[in-house]
Design a protein around this ligand. Sequence first.
Ligand SMILES: Nc1ncnc2c1ncn2[C@@H]1O[C@H](COP(=O)(O)OP(=O)(O)O)[C@@H](O)[C@H]1O
Ligand SMILES: [Mg+2]
Length: 376
Amino acid sequence: MTAIYIGVMTGTSMDGVDIVAASFDPLQLHATLTLAFDPDLRNELMALTLPDDNEIDRMGKADVALAKMIGEGINTLIEQHQLDRSQIKAIGSHGQTIRHRPEHGFTLQIGDPNIITEITQIPVVSDFRRRDMAAGGQGAPLVPAFHQALFQHESIHRVILNLGGIANVSLLPAGAPEQVSGFDTGPANILMDAWCHRYTGQPYDENGNWAAYGQPIRSLLERLQAHDFFAKEPPKSTGREDFNLDWLDDQIMDWRNDELAYDELEDTPENVQATLLKLTTRAIKKAIYRSGMETGEVYVCGGGAYNSQLLEQLRWRLRKHQWTVQSTADLGLSPTWVEATAFAWLAMRFVEHLSGNLPAVTGADGYRILGSITAV
Ligand SMILES: Nc1ncnc2c1ncn2[C@@H]1O[C@H](COP(=O)(O)OP(=O)(O)O)[C@@H](O)[C@H]1O
Ligand SMILES: [Mg+2]
């Protein structure tokens, strides 16, 4: 009987919880489901990403609420698709990151796995990031090992670009598994979503249509690019601690007050949105051009794969070396499900006592089996 693993992902965008039931060798998705957040829980999770009052108590409550939501969601998925529970070896639950501080050696994901196991009666592998951090790594990104296992090609260079709240790249040189690398390039949707929500009331900029109305403000872009994160050499990872609306507001304020700002463009909301989009694509282009791979194929996953404006700009930016830009759907896996499937895969790696990290990506001292498990 083929082993099925369930993967659960909720990323920095906090747009919902993605759940997949998958088996590997060959990859097969048996069922998928996205759960929408209760608005109060989402607001609380968002608030917990930054320092505030009474954090421990509030975190504890959110830990329980999120776990219940995930556990019940998994039961719904199992029942809707009539999956055989005995075939499901484990659940890989990433949890919601509420703090990621690689500079201090800690990262925190919540969504209590004990509760998920009580509700589903299935073992849960969770806490995937801290073992890598304990070994001196960033604990992120963790998806490159999965991207490599699934998407590396013998004779074509490939880049897998994940556009979630944060953008991260997996660089997969043709036929060279030992040379795989990857890192976060900076914000993808976190700033664009927040900015869009403030001015249009929409949770995100559908297809990038709104950004397409605007024009990037050159001097503001330069100021945003001066963030320390962009200058760092990999391994590197980032989150809401670095890039959030308060930070953006401060930058815009400073930019307005800067007498040397030479741009003729006004900071209309759509011009700022266009600037944020360019901030994302520029960092990606730089990562790809510095990869040492001359040309090849970029495959995009995560919700940002549906931002056609972003993809178009990326294509244009990468035209010089004829990189193609497509969606992972062209490789047989929908961009929506890549990350959740990666956590199903990481659960499988744990159960089979196999490593989940790539030291060249995270900077850890070596390969490690990632996560810990609850027993049934
Ligand atoms: N049609 C679309 N047009 C533009 N952006 C989209 C579209 N669909 C999804 N997105 C973006 O993708 C984000 C969710 O991507 P996801 O991969 O789930 O991120 P995360 O891993 O951070 O949860 C949304 O917040 C939104 O910004
Ligand atoms: Mg998401």
